[in-house]
Design a protein around this ligand. Structure first.
Ligand code: SIN
Length: 318
């Protein structure tokens, strides 16, 4: 903990990821173990941390210690309820969550959908492990703290490589580059420059509370929602197999403006006739499915396939 006279607290929740990764070789930026270094050690080791704060006390909690490819509903539920409980504490100014980059956009959108708050919840990450010659995590942590301390910050946002992204739009676009994330056509919410946050002219973080984090049901009862892809030769057999497995919701990563092969569409219609909810997104990296009024299958209202899955999962919860 950092001593301070201020009563304001920033809570730093660790979940693992490359930012907490370690390799025995300093020049190894890919062959490391993610989720290795504890959140307090990781954060306290950031050069210039004490000078960066404006008197806040940092409080650390290790929520998980995983590679985010293994993120699951149980961790999501405990993370969401912990965040919701912390935010109502009057002395908590905001929350930083360290997370692996691989599923960060899903966790960000999930939290955005279940936690309604005017306080900032800032997810950050790194593309290089903490043991790297030149790790990117320390700067990302300082930048995330800058955003929490900014008077205009609110809701769930993602900070990586000096850019602030909205949970709704952020997407991992690159498997290796340090600036791995993009908000696509929506553009960034803000940039962090020397500890100062410069907001974009159209930055209006939206609240999208689909469910309340504190009333989420036990994870065993969360509905099975899967993503299927339209591609050359897609014949729908995967949908038939998912129906046998008890799927309750399907997101289709469609080609182009929400198109689906005849074979896949026939199996989706069988699924809908059996009560399965189906939503169309697009596999295109930019843009969105443009709605038409008589579409057989509704579109995802601009959400990417993985985020449309989160929205459908929450919508289908009993
Ligand atoms: C992970 O997602 O946990 C590993 C990859 C990363 O953080 O960049």
């Amino acid at each position: 903990m950092i001593d301070s006279n201020s009563s304001q607290k920033i809570v730093v929740l660790g979940t693992g990821g490359t930012i907490a990764g370690h390799s025995t070789l300093v020049n190894d930026n890919i062959g490391y173990a993610a989720g290795h270094i504890g959140i307090e050690t990781l954060t306290q080791g950031v050069p210039g941390l004490a000078q960066h704060l404006q008197g806040q006390i940092l409080v650390f909690e290790q929520l998980a210690q995983i590679d985010s490819k293994d993120m699951d509903f149980a961790i999501w539920k405990s993370l969401a309820s912990r965040v919701a409980m912390l935010l109502v504490e009057p002395d908590v100014q905001g929350i930083v969550i360290t997370h692996g980059t691989d599923t960060l956009e899903e966790t960000a959108f999930f939290l955005h959908s279940v936690v309604g708050s005017d306080k900032p919840i800032v997810l950050t990450c790194a593309m290089r492990p903490a043991s790297a010659l030149s790790p990117d995590g320390p700067q990302n942590i300082l930048d995330a703290l800058s955003v929490v301390m900014d008077a205009n910050a609110r809701g769930v946002v993602v900070v990586c490589a000096g850019v602030v992204h909205a949970a709704e739009h952020v997407q991992k676009m690159h498997p290796y580059r340090l600036d791995a994330f993009s908000s696509g056509e929506a553009g960034p919410l803000a940039w962090i420059e020397e500890g100062r946050v410069r907001w974009s002219f159209n930055a209006k973080p939206k609240r999208a509370l689909i469910r309340n984090a504190l009333t989420l049901p036990e994870t065993e009862s969360w509905p099975q929602v899967e993503i299927v892809l339209n591609h050359v030769g897609a014949n729908g057999k995967v949908v038939d197999a998912l129906l046998i497995a008890g799927v309750e919701g399907l997101v289709v990563a469609c080609t182009g403006n929400g198109t689906v092969s005849n074979g896949l569409m026939a199996s989706l219609q069988r699924a809908m006739a059996m009560g399965v909810k189906v939503v169309r997104s697009t596999r295109c990296a930019l843009g969105r499915v443009i709605s038409i009024s008589d579409a057989l299958v509704p579109d995802s209202k601009g959400l990417s396939p993985v985020k449309a899955r989160v929205a459908l999962l929450l919508a289908l919860m009993k």
